[in-house]
Design a binder for this molecule. Structure first.
Ligand code: MGD
Ligand code: MGD
Ligand code: MO
Length: 812
């Protein structure tokens, strides 16, 4: 029995390079249940991060009673993340939405489905038939639905209503992953495989606190680190995360300076000849321009911009330049920071320069965050066209028109699809009059919340919210639709390394809650969307028939699913592309150094990485990519908001291992609530001293936009920077929530010019002491990035008997 709150990573199983990662099966059964009284184990995968850990759901008496990792699965070899062990308990929370709600006289009251859907359909028809038609519709969805749901929504939006105003919270999450992959390699799709961890001799983590956010992947990395011939490790993060503490080289850069750092590192590699000339010549375009741009970033200058020691930069360059099999992961420290796409492409440059792609151990993950973000990008409910098609390529649009049997001009393609921040802007200006939000909670997760609340509360905006709970966002809705979730519905989803899993229905949803797929299908039926021949536009009726329809859409594209069936998935995960040429799936992309940059095949004609300006098709063709990848070079520019006399500190935001996003699930699982009950701010010892702030003291963090009242944790964040986790909204988990606690009260309305991903990782703030600690430590975990400074008198984060789980290793 292991208290996995106290030890989120569990027992180590060291292994050496090229060896298989040993299995370790993690199980948690609640309330004294044992294997013996489990009626059924239902196959699924984790839904509280993007790792795609396979698990089985334990069912007893029609209820979920626990989970167990699947030993034979290629991703996790049986291990489970701490949120997955306990988070499912939220499914049974007594405050789940059980019936639809509609607004009557200013209040939300219960209604039946006919009434709720009737209101949405009446408003939709009125808008669609009136002047401006499709322009009044906005859809804002998620990275947490299933593939079948995104594809259905995508067809409804693009071929039924014909609106370009559809995006996902994936815009906040992995828009930059997609942009960087498209810009360098031609299309979305991760080149690497998780088995690269088994083979690599160096790991670089670029703004990725993998220990807390993809903890099973971290277990794999740690097991290599504890075994023979361990890989070297580089961490780039302004905080002393567990990753940074483990790394051989930790660059605690000033947040917002990633491009300067990468330019400096690339310059060192080139200068010292640490690159693969033959690979660069055969497989890339843009080397001369890259050399020219990075020439301006000598180590001394970069050390100054990033505020890290020059010798650490040199050590990092040597680590990256002299390894044989480099594995990189990139996540929010890049995607949500300044110059997001340019910085992420610079990591692609590094792998291209060193020829570190397409072979075991030489892996690159432009990471996903949410469990099903990849599917949203594939299916196009997020501001892409389905099947990783190029909206600016008329033949790609024509393919969709043929598939759906609709007029080409119905499908919006005259301009780039509208990104989320612009959708909210249109709602603010009043041109979007119906906004349908599914499986996301923007009243906590979007930047500059005072503004977002104003927009969502506008009486002229007809707001539909489809969720499990009456969230901060749902409270502002005109119609609330109660959804079924993971464990209560069937569907598929795809993790970072393109592995597709099936998640089967294990139990019935509460009350009248319905799977999101059924809700979208119901809407399509009631709206009576038809194709050109008068047949129903959306002819499928359940998850499997939706999946079969999607397979046709994916045919011949990079994410080809045509060889996958539900039946095959019940035997285990499969990596796309899976087609007649690759019947068992594909472990790595670009093994032959040929990239998806062909003008007829690519997903984008490219953008200027500094300004976001779109290239014309002819400009792209003129480059004659011929299957080569693009090396992009971008000069560093300071962040849109930098510290001033008034706001002298840099703010960054992010996560703890125990909570997921706005806590609608993890905030309803006792073990996780107790581990991280309330918001805090991380302050460096130097800043704490200067400001007279001690551990647990009450402080105010203020930006030009808002304020949060929190307690201070003195810990390993870099001097001049403070960190606030963004998990805590207004909803009260019975933990005595204080007002003014959402990090996004402080953040800026600004985004990357290329990916349009908001900048959550850089803002200017000041910190004001409000009162003393009353002898209590901050409510921050002692595990993870918020671990207090050595010697601090802070009680350790533990879970006690309620958090005891088992971990079984072979032969143990
Ligand atoms: N426990 C947990 N796991 C999760 C989630 C969760 O909410 N909780 N969410 C999932 C999702 S959707 C996502 S997107 C991922 C996110 O996973 P991560 O990206 O790992 O998580 P974050 O904490 O947002 O940010 C990572 C790190 O970026 C650092 N950082 C901040 N600014 C900068 C900068 O300018 N440069 C650099 N180099 N680093 C910077 C922060 O200090 C932080 O440690 O996690 C997934 N997994
Ligand atoms: N300051 C700051 N802000 C951030 C970030 C940051 O690092 N810093 N990170 C950003 C990132 S990467 C992300 S991904 C976003 C996440 O932000 P959100 O998407 O707003 O976060 P969640 O709390 O996951 O919201 C998902 C909602 O969907 C509901 N839900 C779950 N499953 C289902 C389902 O099956 N069907 C339906 N209909 N509903 C369901 C949940 O109850 C919940 O209300 O936040 C972003 N905001
Ligand atoms: Mo995310």
């Amino acid at each position: 029995m292991i208290d996995r709150i106290a030890d989120p990573w569990g027992p180590s199983t060291p292994y050496g390079p090229g060896e298989p990662w040993p299995a370790r099966v993690d199980t948690f059964l609640a309330d004294g249940h044992t294997d013996a009284d489990v009626d059924r184990w239902v196959p699924s995968a984790s839904i509280l991060h993007s790792n795609g850990d396979a698990m089985d759901i334990a069912v007893h008496g029609g209820r979920i009673v626990g989970v167990r990792g699947r030993a034979g699965d290629r991703i996790n070899h049986g291990r489970l993340d701490v949120k997955d062990l306990y988070g499912w308990q939220a499914n049974h929370s007594p405050d789940r939405l059980r019936r639809p709600l509609v607004r009557e006289g200013g209040r939300l009251v219960e209604a039946d489905w006919d009434t709720a859907m009737g209101r949405i359909v009446a408003r939709s028809k009125e808008l669609l038939d009136g002047p401006g038609g499709w322009g009044h519709f906005g859809f804002y969805t998620s990275g947490q639905l299933f593939l079948e749901e995104y594809y259905t929504l995508s067809v409804i939006g693009k071929a039924g209503i014909g609106t370009p105003h559809m995006d996902g919270n994936t815009r906040l999450c992995t828009a930059t992953a997609a942009s960087a992959l498209k810009a360098s390699f031609g299309t979305d799709g991760q080149p690497g495989s998780y088995t690269d961890v088994d083979h690599c001799d160096a790991i670089a983590l670029w703004g990725h606190n993998v220990a807390e956010t993809q903890s099973v992947l971290w277990m794999r990395m740690l097991d290599r680190r504890r075994g023979p011939n361990a890989p070297a490790m580089l961490a780039v993060d302004p905080r002393a995360t567990p990753v940074a503490r483990e790394a051989d080289v930790h660059l605690a850069v000033r947040n917002g300076t990633n491009v300067a750092l990468l330019n400096g590192l690339l310059r060192e590699l080139i200068r010292r000849g640490w690159y693969d000339e033959a690979y660069v010549r055969a497989h890339t375009i843009g080397f001369a321009e890259l050399c020219r741009v990075v020439e301006d970033y000598p180590v001394r200058r970069v050390a100054e911009i990033c505020d890290v020691p020059a010798r650490d930069l040199e050590a990092a360059a040597e680590l990256l330049g002299t390894c044989d099999r480099l594995l990189s992961t990139v996540l929010q420290g890049f995607y949500q920071s300044n110059q997001a796409t340019a910085a992420s492409c610079a990591v692609n440059n590094l792998h291209l320069l060193r020829g570190m792609l397409g072979r075991p151990g030489a892996g690159l993950y432009q990471m996903n965050g949410q469990p099903t973000a990849q599917n949203n990008r594939e299916c196009g409910a997020d501001g892409d066209l389905p099947g990783l098609r190029n909206w600016a390529n008329p033949e790609h649009v024509a393919q969709l028109a043929r598939l759906w049997n609709v007029d080409v001009d119905t499908i919006p393609h005259w301009a780039p699809p509208t990104h989320a921040m612009q959708i909210f802007r249109y709602a603010e200006q009043g041109s979007i009059k119906l906004l349908w939000i599914s499986a996301t909670n923007p009243a906590v997760s979007l930047p500059d919340l005072a503004r977002i609340r104003r927009i969502l509360a506008k009486p002229e905006l007809f707001l539909v919210v489809q969720d499990l709970f009456l969230t901060e966002t749902a409270e502002l809705a005109d119609v609330v639709l109660p959804a079924a979730t993971w464990g209560e519905k069937t569907g598929t989803f795809t993790s970072v390394d393109r592995t597709v899993h099936i998640s089967d229905k294990a139990v019935d949803p509460p009350g009248e809650a319905r799977p999101d797929l059924d809700i979208f299908l119901d809407y399509a039926r009631r709206m009576d969307f038809r194709d050109r021949d008068g047949n129903p536009l959306v002819p499928w009726s359940d998850p499997e028939s939706a999946f079969e329809a999607w397979k046709e859409c994916s045919r011949g594209r990079p994410c080809d699913y045509t060889g996958i069936t539900y039946e095959r998935l019940r035997g285990g995960g499969i990596q796309w592309p899976c087609d007649s040429e690759h019947p068992d799936g594909t472990e790595r992309l670009y093994t032959d150094g040929v990239f998806n940059t062909d003008p007829d095949y690519c997903e984008t004609y490219g953008q200027d990485l500094a300004t976001g300006a779109e290239l014309l098709p002819d400009e792209y063709r003129a480059k004659e990519p011929g299957g080569r990848a693009f090396l992009h070079a971008t000069p560093y520019q300071p962040s849109p908001e930098v510290p001033s006399d008034e706001y002298p500190l840099l703010l960054t935001t992010g996560r703890t291992v125990y909570q997921f996003h706005t806590r609608t699930k993890t905030g309803r699982a006792t073990q996780l609530v107790h581990a991280a009950p309330e918001v805090w701010v991380e302050v460096s010892p130097a800043d704490a001293d200067r400001l007279g702030v001690g551990e647990g003291d009450r402080v105010r963090v203020e930006s030009p936009r808002g304020v949060v009242r929190v307690r201070a944790r003195v810990c390993g964040v870099r001097p001049g920077v403070v960190f606030v986790p963004f998990h805590y909204g207004y909803w009260d988990a019975g933990d005595g929530a204080e007002p003014d606690r959402a990090a996004n009260e402080l953040t800026v309305t600004a985004w990357d010019p290329v990916s349009k991903q908001p900048i959550f990782k850089v803002a200017a703030v000041r910190l004001v002491r409000e009162g003393d600690s009353g002898g209590r430590a901050a409510p921050a975990p002692t595990v993870g990035g918020s671990a207090p400074v050595a010697g601090a008198d802070v009680p350790a984060t533990v879970g006690g008997p309620a958090a005891e789980a088992t971990s079984t290793t072979e032969g143990a």
